[in-house]
Design a protein around this ligand. Structure first.
Ligand SMILES: NC(=O)c1ccc[n+]([C@@H]2O[C@H](COP(=O)([O-])OP(=O)(O)OC[C@H]3O[C@@H](n4cnc5c(N)ncnc54)[C@H](OP(=O)(O)O)[C@@H]3O)[C@@H](O)[C@H]2O)c1
Length: 245
């Protein structure tokens, strides 16, 4: 990969892959496919070093800075001749209480991360996707199943994820037929370390299947979208049957 300064081809880019779902996706691409992996991270968790050791190319970036966004695109173009897929995974899960305490900065961060960054990266990286040697190329985002419902405590967060879904549909129309553009809308995938038992039971009870599935189901959904020649402009629910509960 990138030996002797030669640019890599048909790479997969995953944002926010320094931990959890993004990390799992990056590691799965490295271990189960031949695609080179580019990833972004904000904090240097041990998982970042693991991905680098497996051959991925990482870029440290805080997407709330437009200069940093521009810088990462430049670096991606230095390393990669073409892209097979872009996966918008980086995210912040903030309640309205946290936003109120933190002021406008937190509100802006949600929209910078979930809307402005995917918009900018889609525009900037589409030329690399269009020159992939593969017939199918993809842009995939991760939104949230909560967008279908109504929340009174994550209003800003869900609004930004709803905007992400709308943005992706617009790009599906703009980039067809060369690039497929889809969103995955997950409900509970993985608990956070700090989640207590009461919270866990409440979340588990929200779906018909009632399990914490883990990141493998996101990998499966990504594989489905990347392998399908006939799916674009969709929001794929990954919610354990929340709608039939
Ligand atoms: N986990 C679930 O059950 C669940 C449910 C519904 C939807 N989703 C969606 O699935 C995706 C992955 O979920 P996850 O739980 O793995 O997310 P996560 O643990 O919160 O990881 C997201 C990553 O985004 C990075 N990030 C945050 N702010 C950033 C910024 N300003 N600039 C650059 N990177 C930034 C974080 O970096 P740091 O490491 O520095 O914090 C983090 O590594 C997200 O889009 C999420 O909304 C997940």
């Amino acid at each position: 990969m990138n030996r002797g300064g030669e640019k890599i081809q048909d790479a997969v880019l995953i944002t926010g892959a320094g931990q959890r779902i993004g990390y799992y996706l990056a590691k799965s691409f490295l271990q189960k496919t031949d695609y080179p992996v580019l990833f972004t991270y904000r904090t240097r968790h041990p998982e970042v070093d693991e991905l680098l050791a497996l051959g991925a190319i990482g870029f440290q970036v805080d997407f709330t800075s437009s200069d940093a966004r521009g810088g990462v695109v430049k670096n991606i173009k230095k390393k990669a001749k073409s892209l097979r897929a872009v996966i918008h995974n980086a995210s912040l899960w903030l309640s309205d209480d946290v936003i109120r305490e933190g002021g406008g900065e937190n509100f802006n961060a949600l929209f910078q991360l979930h809307v402005e960054t995917p918009y900018y990266l889609n525009m900037a990286l589409a030329p690399l996707l269009k020159v992939s040697s593969e017939n199918l190329t993809d842009i995939i985002s991760l939104s949230d199943a909560g967008v279908k419902g109504v929340s009174s405590d994550h209003i800003a967060y869900l609004s930004s994820k709803a905007a992400l879904q709308t943005l992706m549909k617009g790009f599906a129309k703009k980039f067809a037929p060369e690039i497929k553009v889809n969103d995955i809308a997950p409900a509970l995938i993985m608990f956070n370390e700090e989640d207590d038992e009461t919270y866990k039971q409440k979340r588990l009870a929200q779906s018909a299947l009632g399990v914490e599935p883990g990141p493998e189901v996101v990998w499966q959904a990504v594989q489905y979208l990347m392998n399908s020649p006939y799916t674009t402009g969709t929001v794929l629910s990954l919610d354990g049957g929340r709608g039939v509960k």
